[in-house]
Design a protein around this ligand. Structure first.
Ligand code: DGL
Length: 276
């Protein structure tokens, strides 16, 4: 049903956030081809219900498969939290058992044992990711007894999606959520940026976070985990083409996408619009 020949690696996010992951993946694995899809017209996902996030994510994954991807990275915590498992368990076996979809939560959690001394972790994420407790469950599996404070930051994605990440409104909301998280548990020594949009607010997050607290963006962790995955799965690796290209798709206006995406990627972006 989907094109059988090798194709690019698909990278999906509700909007611009996944670009922070794509940037690191390309830095780590520059030879592969990538197809990025941002569902900007329907972002943010973080305040949407489980069913809707699942449905939107499934549509996006199927779109990327139909455009030749054999491997898709959900560069979105909300989609990873709410849709990944169902897609892996119920969609892939029916549509094409040889294609793969990977998320961003597991690679982020795996590193915690190496970086946290107090074993008190703060999670800054969308309301959807926080309500799913996916991080808490994953941490409990790998590092039982580690203490996690989950803090929803509903205003951060809209600030990024509207291009207001550098504005004074951002200062107010960044300080507010970081303070609330640190007050809830002053022993936190590691803050997970559990939403791929948040690195776009990194300077401000740093500014309002106590200096002894490590901030953990996900890009490098996901890139390293993908490199490891491709090493361990040579059959899938052979399905990924290597011309070093990158193509961008958005469900919103390409002009709007290109101007912000160019800024985030630090290189020119020319996207095409699609409908899901
Ligand atoms: N960037 C996404 C995440 O990592 C989703 C943001 C949103 O659409 O709310 O959670």
């Amino acid at each position: 049903m989907y094109p059988a020949k090798p194709g690019p690696i698909g990278v999906f996010d509700s909007g611009y956030g996944g670009l922070t992951i794509l940037r690191e993946i390309r830095r780590r694995l520059p030879d592969y081809d990538y197809l990025y899809l941002g569902d900007n017209a329907r972002a943010p996902y973080g305040t949407r219900s489980f069913d809707i996030v699942y449905e939107f994510t499934r549509q996006a994954v199927e779109e990327l498969f139909s455009r030749g991807c054999h491997l898709v990275i959900l560069a979105c915590n909300t989609a990873s939290a709410k849709a990944l498992r169902t897609i892996q368990q119920h969609v892939l076996p029916i549509t094409d058992p040889d294609r793969r979809v990977l998320g961003v939560i597991r690679p982020t959690v795996e590193i915690l044992g190496k970086v946290s001394l107090t074993r008190h972790i703060g999670l800054l994420a969308t309301p959807g990711t926080v309500m799913s407790h996916s991080y808490a469950m994953e941490i409990e599996k790998i590092y039982p007894g580690m203490c996690i404070t989950e803090k929803a930051c509903p205003m951060w994605v809209p600030l990024v999606e509207t291009g207001e990440a550098d504005g004074p409104g951002a200062d107010y909301f960044v300080k507010k959520y970081v303070d609330e998280c640190m007050t809830a548990d002053p022993d936190i020594d590691t803050l997970i940026l559990g939403c791929t949009h948040y690195p776009l607010l990194l300077d401000k997050i740093r500014q309002y976070t106590p200096q002894n607290v490590r901030i953990l963006p996900q890009g490098e962790l996901v890139a390293e985990s993908l490199a490891d995955y491709l090493r361990r799965h040579p059959a899938m690796e052979r399905e990924c083409t290597k011309e070093g290209s990158v193509e961008f798709l958005t469900t919103e206006s390409p002009d709007k996408f290109d101007s912000l995406a160019t800024l985030f990627m630090q290189s020119p972006v020319a996207s095409s619009r699609i409908t899901l």
